[in-house]
Design a protein around this ligand. Structure first.
Ligand code: AMP
Ligand code: MG
Length: 337
């Protein structure tokens, strides 16, 4: 199959192009599209055969459920029956945006989307191209990230092509995903609500809207699709936590040790520390106090190291607050914990 690339200017969306992509969805095809978090790989959520193709293209295990994307809050009623006050409050506050809500599913949702669970994950993305595409498709769009299963998520159309060229019908190129890490997933079927995955909306912000939000702990509940190793480049990833010069020294020691074993090393460092790694192959994730920039660079820098054939990536940690929680979650998983 040849993958068609449709380039769309988010500030001047040509509906003709979006309609071509929407027709492909109606025909049961696969379309990758930009969102503000990462690129998604979409299919008609009410067409189980089309949804099955997502799993096939990504080599994703069927026990990993998908997020359903809708264009407006009102479409919730097509997917779930009992919508609590907190769900509506959260939707009002954070949609469109990087928050996914897990709710009781309605019977008409195909099991393949929810991995047989009686809950469904739903989100309204903020990206204008994504919204236009979902509207024209006239159906909710089931979409995981548009990468091969387990790889770093794609933040550009080129990343999608690197993983899925000739495996999907269309990729809509709407430029870079602005946030760069996936949505926050909040399970509202549990009391108190539980954050299953930290992401684009910080826990600090959630707590201002819903009381008692808890963070998922591995030993407490196990949700399908939560794997210890994920978001991983081909290179081995090591995360060195800690601060200041101790961290830098540790990383340099490790890099030297790997170099002695004739392994090539890439260091992922905060902008302010770059100069300290003179003589090493080093890339910047962004200023440590600008977590939005760090999040938006994370996956693309991991992919760049892979393109350059690095064997091991040694990464500095960032502070674990706001978006930093999502960044550290992805880095830990990329490292396989
Ligand atoms: P992706 O869009 O590739 O980041 O994957 C979506 C993630 O959403 C999955 O890996 C699951 O962890 C999560 N998810 C989707 N549906 C549900 C659900 N019904 N309950 C809990 N988690 C879910
Ligand atoms: Mg994914």
């Amino acid at each position: 199959m040849k993958t068609e690339i449709i380039t769309v200017n988010p500030d001047n969306i040509n509906p003709v192009y979006i309609k071509t992509a929407a027709e492909k969805i109606k025909d049961g095809g696969l379309v990758a599209f930009p969102t503000e978090t990462v690129y998604g790989l979409g299919a008609d959520a009410f067409n189980p055969k089309a949804v099955a193709k997502i799993f096939e293209a990504k080599k994703r295990p069927f026990e990993d459920p998908l997020i359903v994307h809708i264009a407006q809050k009102e479409d919730l009623y097509k997917l779930t029956e009992d919508i609590s006050d907190s769900a509506l409050k959260l939707a009002d506050e954070f949609w469109p945006g990087p928050l996914t809500l897990v709710l009781k599913k309605s019977k008409n949702i195909p099991d393949i989307i929810t991995a047989g669970l009686d809950t469904v994950a739903i989100r309204v993305p903020a990206d204008k191209v994504a919204l236009a595409f979902i509207k024209f498709s006239e159906t909710p769009i089931a979409a995981p990230s548009a990468n091969l299963f387990g790889r770093p998520s794609p933040t550009t159309a080129q990343h999608v092509l690197d993983d899925l060229n000739e495996k999907i019908d269309i990729v809509i190129d709407g430029g870079r995903a602005l946030i760069g890490v996936e949505s926050t997933i909040l399970d509202l079927t549990q009391n108190p609500p539980v954050v299953l995955r930290p992401g684009g909306v910080s826990i600090e912000k959630l707590k201002k809207v819903v009381k008692g939000v808890e963070i998922y702990k591995q030993d407490k509940i196990l949700s399908p699709g939560m794997y210890p190793r994920h978001y991983s480049p081909k290179a081995k990833v090591m995360l060195v936590e800690g601060n200041g010069n101790v961290q830098v020294k540790k990383i340099k020691n490790l890099a030297c040790r790997f170099n002695l074993q004739e392994l090539s090393v890439g260091i992922l460092a905060k902008e302010e520390n770059i100069d300290k790694y003179n003589g090493f192959k080093v890339k910047s994730i962004g200023q440590g106090n600008d977590l939005a920039v760090c999040a938006s660079n994370l996956f693309s820098v991991l992919r760049e190291f892979d393109k350059e054939g690095v064997d091991t990536i040694i990464a500095e940690g960032v502070k674990e607050e706001e978006l930093g929680l999502a960044i550290m979650n992805r880095l830990r998983k990329a490292a396989g914990e």
